[in-house]
Design a protein around this ligand. Structure first.
Ligand code: ADP
Ligand code: MG
Ligand code: MG
Length: 921
């Protein structure tokens, strides 16, 4: 076997790796290699592969044979490239050790800078730079960072202060100064000694002086940080597999803190909040990498593309030549990657160095705008644009924003770090956020700044508010990634953790008080501000149109009311896939009539009650038919778990009233209610079983549907009712119910003299139905897979009782995903596939859809596309998500030879291929 390559060098315009080696080199390493190969200035270094991380965990934290040697060799090359030597007392090379998983995990894995400094090499650094203060500043930062990240010297509780920070503050106090910049070389030198003493005291072992020990300590810490709790949390939230591991990048240090001709910054090739096409970024002069992201000093904008606060300078003003070079690199990177990039740069004494590039995290609005713009700029095709926004991310655009017309009491303004609206109660720690959210409260997490440890709290919060930090601070980046409203750097508030409150001028907001935030404007308001529905036009409309052109699956909605139907149509629903009639029965006075129907002594009593319900149902259907204006509407006949309709047997008052209304004795009612009690309602008198026991119920519903249809048809509107019989397990059940529906249809249409096209079909939601789908299809004009019940009955698990159990199944890898969220392909999916195939074997061209929760889950939509369903149906707010998921599924499973060519190509040319694919269905 050929020897495995564990270490990949980059430097001097040439790299062993490239951008397509992300799995092996991690995202950071692969892109650094790519930038090097593009001739962009990158400090030399090397990447230790993710395979070493996997090996490390599989071999009780040992490294593979030959790694040490490979690292030593690569280090030699770095030394040569940077003309310095690691550990050399006269001319020391310093390096950073940087983590880098396949996908970026912002702030999750720790980076250590300035490795290689000790009491000897510091002299070399001083001599080399002629700047003692700078050298000791680098040294104290190094001991601090190394002590924290590698050796674990950090606060032990959330309330405790950082021990290094405490020493630093004490020093400043003693010297009577406020800024770090005011510390002298001597102060910094003392700090180094004090930091080392702290480490020795805490750990009982000294700070490592040997640069090689430092390096390996750093490498080990990065590999170990793959399994620290906050990294695990991040992976869980974002579905990143444990087994991927991280790479380690060792890279020559460059310094942004060598004086006023040095700087460091972070930029996006486009605005990550709005998607606008201008060069967006922030920087700090005389600062080192982490300073910008950590939000300790408020950074300056790199240019004047957007309004700059009075008196503030930009990079373009201060270093015009370097800015121009940076802008050139921006163009080069966008052209090369054909995608918005998020970049890190450092300027060391007038020389620009690039330290990172990656696909920029952006808001959904920015993702849509960038995708649409890049098509217009002819960088990407429409097909590619459609893949650039994740369906789940679209969710952000479908939710309400603060009502512009509502009265607002503005108390503060900060940076519009992540758009959207948030209304919630204030909490001051991530832990509280989790506790409150668990109790069903809506919270806004308020922090001075956030850190990676806050990730879970941020995830459950409605929004995040920080008093410090810029647009690229941790809070801002993470919030954008989560699609969460965030207002950052609100310097006009002051947060007091001890008193659990913040003040904005005279206003005091205590823990539990309500505030509202507009993440697009960066504004904070007192109290609860009303929200309004989103707009679906402009770039969003264009983008969705492209998705619609590509997709093969139709998308319908589950809606029970005219209002929901209207919302769903605005979201692009192509019909109703499931209208649940029993939901209508709960409204207002209706429940009483429904109870009378169920509890009636005899047919006459039942008919009396049904006659009360008929006009109400008819009205509902009229409203829905009108709202859907000619689109198909699938109406399911009654499917009640009976107990949901019955009064509580102990509720004497309720029972007496009902008995009076029905003209029966309360004792009779009680007896009847107990006789109807079921041990297992989920498997009891549900679905068509009720209609079989009491055909007059089905008859009344059919009458309401057809009378409504005739009425709307007479208004000159098209109606397309599809009557769906639920919970069929045997074809004969369907046969009986269908006969009733057809009988009523004939009668009503005859009486009203209107002819209506309609269909009668069934739900396939029991394994027996799927297994005998060929027989059932003889009686059914369409199928709709009710995957909620099909999942319950296939697993033999009640959805309502197994939430916690299934969560533990997923946590323990018994199941990959909750089967009620994402379809279980090997089991339930097999029944669906069989149902489709058998159904179409006896009724070619049978129309088949799905109406479970799964219809709005992107992975399940992909499955539905693959098994050849005609449509998916989901809740109104998920309709656009399903439309996009359907388009992405169509692109993903397009026959290989028709796949989109890699380079930009006008989308029009490919249209015929798409049509053909669609027709094959
Ligand atoms: P993250 O994944 O959290 O972004 P990075 O590895 O990018 O971590 O490093 C954190 C910070 O340190 C960044 O601002 C980066 O620019 C800076 N940095 C990393 N390596 C070097 C280096 N060799 N020289 C100068 N700055 C560096
Ligand atoms: Mg970091
Ligand atoms: Mg970085």
């Amino acid at each position: 076997m050929a020897k495995k390559k564990y270490v990949y060098f980059f430097g001097d315009g040439k790299a062993d790796g490239s951008a397509d080696m992300k799995n092996l080199l991690g995202g950071k390493g692969a892109n650094i290699a790519e930038m090097t190969n593009l001739g962009i200035p990158v400090p030399a270094g090397f990447t230790i592969t993710t395979e070493v991380c996997t090996y490390f965990y599989e071999h009780s934290q040992k490294y593979p044979l030959g790694l040490k040697k490979a690292v030593a060799q690569a280090l030699k090359k770095v030394e040569k490239s940077m003309s310095a030597k690691f550990g050399d007392p006269k001319n020391p090379l310093l390096v950073s050790v940087r983590s880098g998983a396949r996908v970026s995990m912002p702030g999750m894995m720790d980076t250590v800078l300035n490795i290689g400094l000790n009491d000897t090499t510091i002299q070399g650094l001083i001599a080399k730079t002629g700047n003692e203060r700078f050298a000791y500043d680098a040294y104290r930062r190094f001991v601090n960072m190394y002590g924290d990240v590698v050796m674990g010297v950090r606060p032990e509780t959330e309330k405790e202060h950082d021990p290094f920070e405490e020493i630093l503050e004490a020093k400043k106090k003693k010297r009577g100064i406020t800024l770090d910049l005011e510390l002298t070389a001597e102060d910094l030198k003392e700090l180094v000694a004090e930091f080392k003493a702290l480490i020795k005291k805490r750990l009982g072992k000294p700070f490592p002086e040997d640069p090689m020990d430092q390096l390996w300590g750093g490498i080990g810490a990065v590999f170990e940080s793959w399994n620290i709790p906050r990294a695990i949390s991040y992976r869980q939230i974002h579905g990143i597999p444990e087994g991927w591991g991280t790479a380690v990048n060792v890279q020559a240090m460059v310094f942004g803190n060598m004086g006023d001709d040095s700087a460091t910054g972070v930029a996006f090739t486009r605005d990550p909040a709005t998607g606008e096409n201008y060069f967006y970024g922030e920087y700090l002069t005389n600062a080192q990498g982490e300073d910008v992201v950590a939000g300790i000093r408020t950074p300056q904008p790199i240019n004047r593309a957007k309004k700059v606060p009075k008196g503030m300078m930009t990079l373009e003003d201060e270093m015009p030549k370097l800015y121009k070079q940076l802008a050139g690199i921006r163009n080069k990177l966008e052209k090369h990657y054909r995608e918005m990039q998020d970049i890190e740069f450092t300027i060391q004494q007038g020389k620009l160095w690039m330290l990172q590039t990656r696909t920029g995290k952006r808001t959904a609005a920015a993702a849509v705008k960038t995708a649409v713009d890049m098509v217009k700029e002819r960088r990407i095709s429409k097909e590619e644009a459609v893949t650039r926004v994740s369906p789940d991310q679209l969710d952000q655009l479908l939710h309400p924003t603060l009502d512009p017309k509502a009265a607002k009491d503005k108390i503060a303004k900060g940076l519009p770090a992540s758009p959207g609206a948030a209304v919630g109660q204030v909490v001051f720690s991530a832990e509280e956020a989790e506790e409150w959210a668990e109790k069903g409260k809506k919270v806004i997490l308020v922090r001075v700044e956030t850190s990676p440890d806050d990730i879970r709290g941020m995830n459950v919060a409605e929004g995040i508010l920080t008093s410090r930090g810029g647009m690229t601070s941790h809070a801002a980046v993470v919030a954008r990634g989560m699609g969460k409203c965030c207002v950052a750097g609100v310097s006009d508030i002051s947060v007091d953790y001890k008193k659990s409150r913040f003040t904005a001028g005279k206003v005091v907001i205590k823990e539990g008080d309500w505030i509202s935030m507009d993440g697009t404007k960066g504004e904070v308001y007192k109290g609860e501000v009303a929200k309004v529905e989103p707009k679906l036009t402009g770039d969003f409309g264009t983008f969705m149109k492209w998705a619609d052109e590509i997709r093969v699956l139709k998308v319908r909605t589950n809606a029970d009311t005219p209002h929901d139907s209207g919302v769903a149509r605005a979201f692009g629903a192509q019909g109703i896939g499931l209208c649940r009639t029993e939901h209508m029965f709960f409204e207002g006075e209706r429940i009483s009539a429904v109870r009378q129907m169920i509890l009636a002594e005899d047919l006459a009593g039942r008919k009396k009650a049904l006659n009360k319900i008929l006009p109400m149902q008819r009205e509902d259907f009229v409203g829905i038919f009108r709202a859907m204006a000619g689109l198909p509407v699938t109406i399911r006949t009654l499917d009640p778990p009976l107990h949901e309709f019955l009064p509580d047997i102990k509720d004497t008052k309720e029972i007496n009233a009902l008995a009076k209304e029905m003209g029966v004795k309360p004792a009779y009612l009680k007896k009847k209610i107990s006789s109807l009690a079921e041990f297992n309602p989920m498997l009891g008198t549900r679905g068509c079983r009720l209609g079989i026991s009491f055909p007059e119920i089905t008859e009344m519903q059919a009458r309401a549907i057809f009378e409504a249809a005739c009425q709307v048809a007479r208004e000159g509107k098209r109606v397309l009712p599809e009557i769906m019989i639920p919970l069929v397990s045997h074809v004969n059940e369907l046969k009986l119910q269908r006969a009733i529906v057809e009988q009523v249809a004939k009668e009503v249409m005859g009486k009203q003299g209107v002819k209506i096209k309609y269909m009668v079909g069934t739900m396939i939601e029991l394994p027996r139905a799927a297994l005998t789908a060929d027989e059932i299809a003889a009686e059914a004009q369409f199928f709709s897979f009710g995957t909620n019940d099909l999942t319950q009955t296939t697993f033999g698990m009640s959805r309502d009782d197994t939430g916690a159990l299934l969560a533990s199944y997923v946590a323990n890898d018994i199941l990959p995903k909750d089967p009620f969220v994402s379809i279980d392909e090997p089991g339930v999916g097999k029944l669906v596939a069989m149902g489709v195939q058998k159904g179409r074997s006896t009724r070619p061209g049978l129309k088949v859809g799905i109406c479970g929760e799964h219809g709005g889950d992107p992975d399940s939509v992909d499955f539905c596309h693959r098994v050849g369903l005609d449509y998916v149906s989901c809740s109104p707010y998920r309709v656009p998500i399903a439309r996009l998921a359907a388009a992405q599924a169509a692109l993903k499973h397009r026959p290989a030879k028709k796949a989109a060519p890699k380079k930009t190509a006008p989308a029009k040319k490919k249209a015929p291929a798409k049509k053909k694919a669609a027709k094959k269905k």
